[in-house]
Design a protein around this ligand. Structure first.
Ligand code: UFG
Length: 324
């Protein structure tokens, strides 16, 4: 039996792959390599393909006995999703329907899905718990919420069993330094700060300094990508043991402001760099912090690397290694 990782060549997917493989799972990564990296798939089998191509998905199910699917394949640039919603609804929603269709055809009923805190939109309070209202403010978040809804319906009608993970801000890199974050274009705060620390960028920007937060900058809940990997492993075991379909926030339950992230990067790297205040970025909620008690209670999840300095330290090691 094998576990299929759709989008397994991406940042989170490659860490999930390593985690599962190390635990003895046979993994198969299916990725179109639009944003993923072939060299990030160091474990298990790899097949290049796109979820828009149902035949390509079928070939995977013909070749392997797929016990469960971990579905991480998606476009995930919030700004782009506002400018090009069609791209997001086609790739994220319609292509997921293709995958679910083939899964049903081959009798595969277990899926773990990468959702996001962006499904909550501007939350009425923090920490955010799973049953709070979800009102996404951009097509990216909306596309993920649509899939969540599809799972509810597919469970009722077809017996699909799911674990949906709503990630908060994934960050950090493999503690052993084998894989890490490598987006092109890069829009995420921590890698951009590391670029400023290493001199690759001349300055770092703070998008908005007048939010009603502890220091005026946006607050986020940064969760180590290794801990996300662990959650997937536990989610898989949960489904294997007949666990009930459910939705889980994955975060550290700790708010870190942009200024605090800047200071952490300066502390960990030992480098100073220029930081400038910039306009607010459209669509950024002021504060997103997870309540993750449910994942801890039901899955036995315990994040290992909760400190922002540890997250930055691992990301920095990877950043320096990647630069050679
Ligand atoms: N930020 C800056 N300067 C930068 C880059 C980012 O100040 O150069 C700020 C952002 O405004 C935000 C925080 O740093 O307040 C984190 O920004 P990221 O772009 O790293 O992450 P986001 O919070 O925007 O995005 C993450 C996920 C998305 C998800 C979103 C939900 O990466 O997939 O959370 O809000 F949709």
């Amino acid at each position: 039996m094998a576990v299929l990782l759709c989008g397994g060549a991406g940042y989170i997917g490659s860490h999930v792959n390593k985690r599962l493989y190390r635990e003895g799972y046979q993994t198969v990564t299916f990725d179109n390599l639009v944003y993923g990296h072939r060299e990030a798939v160091k474990w298990g089998d790899f097949i290049q393909g796109d979820l828009k191509d149902q035949n390509a998905i079928e070939q995977v199910f013909q070749k392997y006995d797929i016990e469960a699917v971990i579905h991480l394949a998606a476009y995930a640039y919030v700004g782009e999703s506002v400018a090009e919603p069609e791209k997001y609804y086609c790739n994220n929603v319609a292509n997921t329907l293709n995958l679910l269709h083939v899964m049903r055809k081959y009798g595969c009923r277990k899926i773990i899905f990468s959702s996001t805190c962006a499904t909550y939109g501007e939350p009425e309070r923090v920490p955010i718990v799973e049953d709070m209202p979800q009102h996404p403010v951009n097509p990216y978040g909306a596309s993920k919420l649509m899939i969540e809804r599809i799972f509810r319906d597919y469970e009722k009608a077809y017996g699909m069993q799911y674990v949906v993970f709503r990630y908060f801000n994934a960050a950090g890199a493999d503690p052993e330094g084998e894989i890490g974050e490598d987006h092109d274009p890069e829009t995420h705060l921590i890698p951009l700060l590391l670029d400023a620390a290493s001199g690759k960028r001349k300055e770092a920007k703070i998008f908005g300094t007048d939010y009603k937060t502890k220091d005026g900058s946006c607050v986020r809940d940064y969760i180590h990508v290794y801990d996300l990997g662990t959650a997937h492993l536990l989610g898989l075991r949960y489904l294997e043991n007949g666990g009930k379909s459910d939705f889980f926030n994955l975060g550290n339950e700790k708010g870190v402001s942009v200024w605090e992230a800047v200071n952490s990067v300066k502390r960990v790297t030992g480098r100073d760099f220029k930081v400038v205040s910039a306009e607010r970025r459209e669509g950024d909620p002021a504060e997103l912090v997870a309540g993750s008690e449910k994942a801890k209670q039901k899955l036995g999840w315990k994040p290992l690397y909760g400190e922002i300095d540890t997250i930055v330290e691992h990301a920095w090691k990877w950043h320096e290694r990647k630069r050679g």
